[in-house]
Ligand binder design. Sequence first.
Ligand code: NI
Length: 254
Amino acid sequence: MLFDSHAHLDDKRFNDDRDEVVSRAASGGLAGILNAGADMFSSARAVELAAKHDIVWAAVGIHPHDAKDAREDDYARLAAWCALPKVVAVGEIGLDYHYDFSPREVQRAVFVRQLALARETNKPVIIHDREAHADVLATVKLEGKGLTGVFHCFSGSVEMAREVLKMGFYVSVAGPVTFANARKLHEVVKAVPLERLLVETDCPYLTPEPLRGRRNEPANVRYVAEKVAGLLGMEPATLAKATTENTKRLFGIK
Ligand code: NI
């Protein structure tokens, strides 16, 4: 039983068949799907989807891309959602210096504000880090004291993974682990203790091999898990059991 620890079912690319995608995941044996919010609208949709589907849980938060649109009263709304039973994390939050869709100082301010929100609401965080490794690590170290969470779709080095583990955080691996040029990520997978590893799709993005080029969906998390199990020389069922237990432990899912 696998758990897709990071999906965007609220994305418009699922508008025509969202219920079928969820049923396909359930009938394919997924234990759960955690739908991450990216802005206020998608966070609201994540909350709705979690209320509608037994196997869906929600995270709410403002992605660095959308940090420029964050308003002061958004934080009270995020906090109110965090009180709902199926809202299990603040995310995704972080820094994205690849696209720089929001000015960096705004990204940092909104990130820090949401780390504080996670502390106030006693939730773990889901961290997005793209080409901002040093600043994300420094910010979490300084402003994330007492917090736990996951670095989703991990793209850093083994050294960075060790820092993340030292802070008590988890490392989540997505479709890129199946790509031909993923040597660095393969080394990371081997360096992370099994009890700190999660798997995810980040769908509809990052479709794993052998389906690359198509829209991604939660059922495809098995391709990520099979690749990771192969790298670790373990049975896919063993990897599935461990990563699902890790996801439930981190997010307090019964
Ligand atoms: Ni995402």
